[in-house]
Design a protein around this ligand. Structure first.
Ligand code: ADP
Length: 537
């Protein structure tokens, strides 16, 4: 801290030289920092000391032209906190309004100052001077004495000089503070913008739908990863090019622009593309991106891959026609034979034959309905798997036994090369799974032959293979074999009843058990359905 003057010794014979020295010291002190609070504290501390005052304050005008105490010496905290002085009010208000220095000693006789409200009896001497910067009053500097010792004219001049220097230091510190605040705000805004940009980029890049953003003229300014994948393009090569580069045949930018800007509508168009994974279907939705005053800032196109949706739609309609066909065929024969028997008398042998047909077709209907209900329950999560420990080879043997009656021509074999650990699974679901695979093996082996179930295990899992020497499956049909309602279109399939739900159910059950299922097959030679079941740790 700089040492300033020695007013005690100098006073009352204050020499000009000493005053200037004191001024120099104060100016040096307040200019040694750019911290506004520190500058204010230094000003008030040094002037109070120099002018031998009992109290002092620096008051600054706020944006509402009200003076508040920014720094003080010898004043109670409450006063510092609560003082609010309007222009023209009290000593400080008068000085801030007139811009004149005011020196009040002892009893106030000047009628102009008689009514200054904050002049208390115990204050015997006050000096208050405006803080002026570039001709503008920014506040006041005020000192008070409770003992009577009037300020000299020289002191008054020195006080004004100090106030002028203090005002410059305050202004500099305020400017510095404002600049600091502004650059902090700027940094904060930049950070917000950076985060917002990152957020938008993350959202766009993690979106399953493709997004292409263009200028109103059609220049591509952004494409996300999904678009790159869907349309097999590289963003780096595309950004900056015209939108029509991306869709040479399917749609044209001017048409989209016309719809979304001229007619304020929403553009929607479906198109297909041949890719390595087969034909893909897409939907392009174009909207306008509006900026200030509803002016179009650009266009946003969302590209949805609707291949799966189209496939499901197709499957649904195939399913409806298939189910109605599957239901209608047995029902026609049930109703037909029942009517026949109602209208005519038959001998017991024929009656029995017709009743057998009715029973067999009704059973077929029940099977179809059961399959449908089972799968929809599984998929809706309404089926609760109850694991119980059992030997899977025993269940497989039981299923084989019960199938033997329906497939006397087929040779059903169970091959176990090692001891199979006991597994804890839902027993009914495991039975359902094995029955489905074995009955398919029988159904799709019209020329009979061996049907073999092989069980193997290692320290991680048990694997089950159901193999037949039946009609086999074409390689290109294999990827769809576990799809719901999917049936290979073959003459055998046209003859045999089926829903295409068996393998979908099987896959669902295996996955619910934590395993995997796949098929190895050769057309005309036979198929092997292999699934694994994990062992518990
Ligand atoms: P479904 O047998 O009722 O038609 P699945 O879902 O059980 O339905 O089977 C779907 C299709 O997979 C069958 O229609 C058939 O074309 C084929 N498939 C299933 N198992 C075999 C097999 N062991 N050999 C040859 N093709 C099979």
């Amino acid at each position: 801290m700089n040492q300033v003057g020695n007013p005690e010794k100098d006073h009352p014979a204050y020499t000009q030289e000493k005053g200037l020295l004191a001024l120099y010291e104060i100016v040096k002190a307040v200019n040694s920092t750019l911290d506004l609070d520190e500058v204010l504290n230094l000003i008030i501390k040094e002037t109070t000391k120099l002018f031998h005052a009992d109290a002092g304050s620096v008051m600054l005008l706020n944006e509402n032209s009200v003076l508040t105490i920014k720094s003080a010496q010898g004043l109670p905290g409450e006063i510092i906190k609560n003082t609010r002085v309007r222009l023209g009010e009290g000593i400080a208000g008068w000085v801030a309004k007139t811009g004149e220095t005011l020196l009040l000693d002892g009893k106030v006789t000047d009628p102009r100052f008689k009514n200054l409200v904050d002049r208390k009896e115990e204050i015997l001497s006050s000096i208050c001077t405006p803080l002026k910067c570039k001709g503008k009053i920014i506040g006041v500097l005020m000192l008070r004495r409770t003992h009577f010792k009037s300020y000299t004219e020289e002191q008054r001049n020195l006080f004004s000089l100090i106030a002028d220097q203090a005002a410059i230091a305050i202004e500099n510190a305020s400017l510095y503070e404002a600049e600091k605040k502004r650059s902090y705000e700027l940094r904060r805004l930049n950070e917000i913008l950076r985060l917002e940009k990152l957020k938008i980029e993350t959202i766009l890049s993690s979106m399953a739908d493709g997004v292409v953003v263009t200028t109103p003229g059609g220049e591509i300014i952004h494409i996300n990863r999904s678009t790159e994948r869907m349309l097999n393009v590289n963003g780096k090569d595309i950004v900056g090019k015209h939108f029509d580069h991306l869709f040479t045949e399917e749609c044209c930018f001017d048409e989209i622009k016309y719809t979304v800007i001229e007619t304020d509508g929403r553009y929607k168009s479906d198109f297909s593309r041949k890719t390595d994974d087969g034909e893909m279907h897409f939907r392009l939705i174009g909207t306008v991106m509006k900026g200030k005053g509803d002016k179009p800032d650009g266009l946003v196109m969302v590209i949805q891959n609707i291949t799966e949706m189209k496939r499901i739609d197709k499957m649904k309609s195939e399913f409806v026609s298939m189910v109605s066909h599957e239901l209608r065929t047995p029902l026609t024969s049930v109703v037909g034979f029942a009517e026949l028997m109602m209208n005519r008398e038959f001998n017991p042998e024929r009656r029995k034959r017709y009743l057998n047909i009715i029973i067999k077709d009704s059973e077929r209907l029940m099977r179809l309905i059961d399959d449908l209900l089972d799968l929809s329950k599984l998929e809706a999560g309404k089926f609760y798997f109850k694991p119980t420990p059992f030997k899977i080879d025993e269940i497989i043997s039981q299923v084989m036994e019960s199938l033997k009656g329906q497939a006397p021509e087929h040779n059903l074999l169970l091959e176990i090369t090692e001891e199979i650990p006991i597994l804890s699974l839902d027993r009914d679901m495991f039975t359902n799974l094995i029955s489905n695979l074995l009955s398919n093996a029988v159904k799709y082996s019209p020329d009979s032959g061996d049907i073999k179930v092989t069980l193997q295990s290692n320290e991680k899992e048990v694997s089950v293979c159901v193999s037949d020497h039946g009609i086999g499956i074409e390689a290109e049909k294999i990827p769809r074999i576990f799809d719901k309602f999917y049936r290979v279109d073959s003459s055998l399939n046209r003859k045999t009843g089926g829903t295409g739900l068996g393998l979908a159910t099987v896959k669902y059950i295996v996955e619910e058990f934590g395993g995997k299922i796949w098929v190895e097959s050769e057309l005309g030679k036979g198929s092997s359905f292999i699934f694994t079941l994990p062992l518990e740790d």
